[in-house]
Design a protein around this ligand. Structure first.
Ligand SMILES: Nc1ncnc2c1ncn2[C@@H]1O[C@H](COP(=O)(O)OP(=O)(O)O)[C@@H](O)[C@H]1O
Ligand SMILES: [Mg+2]
Length: 424
């Protein structure tokens, strides 16, 4: 049995604003659209001459007219007068008739200027937070408005929620647009920087190439004539002269080695071959072959795990292994024959290679510096070399789309890791 139907004034008036209307309001994502629907429906419901919906933005004392119905009444009050309607500014209940306002009430003059005879005010709050104010102006049959007042009071909480919803969405959309703008700016910036970097890299490579290439010719001349001097006048001059000539020969040789290294370094990017499926095991074979003398002389053991095939430049991968294993053999501990382990492990989308040794190791403070060109941690007397090997390795690995790094501690050996993308 359904309860007996009882028509209360609330249910009558509220019935005018149906559930669909309310859910339609709640679905509004645009505060202005919400304002338009709400003011129109309330005007119809109450017969008020004007309905205004004022929004109070959080943390902002200013009032903003969201909508006036009819629209031409939007200019009825200037903004500073609109703010006076907010319950925060005039918390006391307002009488229905304008003329009943105390003579010194701040709203009295405003209403008189606008020619408004009567008003109903409904604060819209959600969670105690003031969101807006509904104003119904110039009501017909003012004495019989109680039902309408009750109905609108009843509807205020859902209307407040709808308003909060729409204002929040508007805020979120504004923020989303801002974030998008930032992201676009950032992308532009990154693109610019990347292009700049590529350009300066290319310039540097070109410079290194030209410098080393063009330096070779005069250096060859210096070197051959100094060697000729050494040859012809050895022991014909005094002992000082012999020593000076030996220094000059040594200097010229070192310079030649540096220039050769610099040339090969600059060629990694410019003279690289296109990538082909490359068996890293074969590249390692070649590297070990090139290092045979050093390995035999030092009594090194090389332990190797199976290595994968990757998309790469076989010559450069050989060079990479050769540099890493050459270092592992070179930077050995005096009393212990070097032991080098080469392995590869499949990770998500890439291969992780490792070259581990039992050598002198290094302080992790220098872990980045050693990959820079000409950066060494030792004198030539301790360990020979030009300090370009790891810079080459880094360039080769990066050209292959990977990263390279070291993990080590002094006296504890070193492990060099590098990645190469796995070919599908
Ligand atoms: N396996 C290693 N163990 C310890 N230190 C190393 C090792 N490999 C490289 N290093 C350090 O990094 C520096 C740079 O290496 P590299 O660029 O190959 O130049 P070079 O071999 O000519 O010295 C080396 O001088 C050395 O100090
Ligand atoms: Mg080296």
């Amino acid at each position: 049995m359904s309860p007996p139907h009882r028509e209360t004034p609330e249910s009558q008036a509220a019935g005018l604003m149906t559930v669909e209307m309310i859910s339609g309001l709640l679905a509004s994502t645009d505060p202005r659209e919400l304002g338009e629907k709400l003011t129109e429906q309330l005007r119809e419901l109450t017969g008020a001459r004007t309905v205004l919906l004022i929004a109070h933005r959080a943390g902002n004392a200013a009032a903003e007219l969201l909508h006036a119905c009819p629209a031409r009444r939007a200019t009825l009050f200037p903004a500073e007068e609109l703010a006076l309607f907010c319950p925060e500014q005039t918390p006391e209940p307002l009488p229905r008739r304008s003329e009943e306002l105390p003579p010194d009430h701040p709203l009295r003059a405003a209403l008189a200027r606008a020619g408004v005879q009567s008003l109903l005010r409904f604060p819209l709050r959600a969670g105690g937070e003031p969101l807006g104010t509904l104003l119904l102006l110039d009501l017909p049959v003012l004495d019989r408005m109680d039902d309408a007042v009750k109905a609108v009071t009843l509807l205020s909480p859902p209307m407040a929620l709808a308003l909060r919803n729409a204002l929040a969405r508007q805020q979120i959309e504004k923020q989303a647009r801002e974030i998008q703008r930032y992201a676009a700016e950032l992308e532009q910036l990154v693109r610019g920087r990347t292009a700049e970097l590529a350009r300066s890299n290319a310039e540097l490579e070109q410079f290194a190439y030209v410098a080393s290439h063009d330096l070779q010719e005069p250096l060859r001349m210096v070197s051959s004539y100094v060697q000729l001097l050494a040859h012809r006048y050895q022991d014909k001059l005094d002992s000082d002269a012999n020593e000076f000539i030996a220094f000059a020969v040594d200097g010229a040789k070192r310079m030649q080695a540096l220039i050769n290294d610099l040339l090969s370094f600059s060629r990694v990017g410019t003279r690289g071959k296109p990538f082909e499926p490359t068996d890293c095991g074969l590249a390692l074979d070649c590297a070990l072959d090139n290092l045979r003398v050093a390995i035999e002389e030092s009594g090194a053991t090389v332990i190797r795990a199976p290595l994968p095939t990757v998309a790469g430049d076989a010559t450069q991968l050989t060079e990479l292994f050769q540099n890493l294993i050459g270092n592992a053999v070179k930077f050995r501990r005096p009393q212990e024959p070097p032991r080098v382990e080469v392995a590869a492990e499949r990770r998500a989308g890439e291969w992780l290679f490792s070259v581990r040794d039992n050598g002198i190791g290094l302080d992790m403070r220098f872990a980045e510096r050693i990959f820079m060109i000409f950066q060494r941690l030792h004198t030539r007397r301790e360990y020979p070399g030009t300090g370009i090997g790891l810079a080459m390795c880094k360039k080769i690995v990066e050209r292959h789309g990977g990263r390279i790094w070291v993990e080590s501690a002094p006296g504890k050996g070193a492990t060099f890791y590098f990645t190469i993308p796995a070919s599908a």
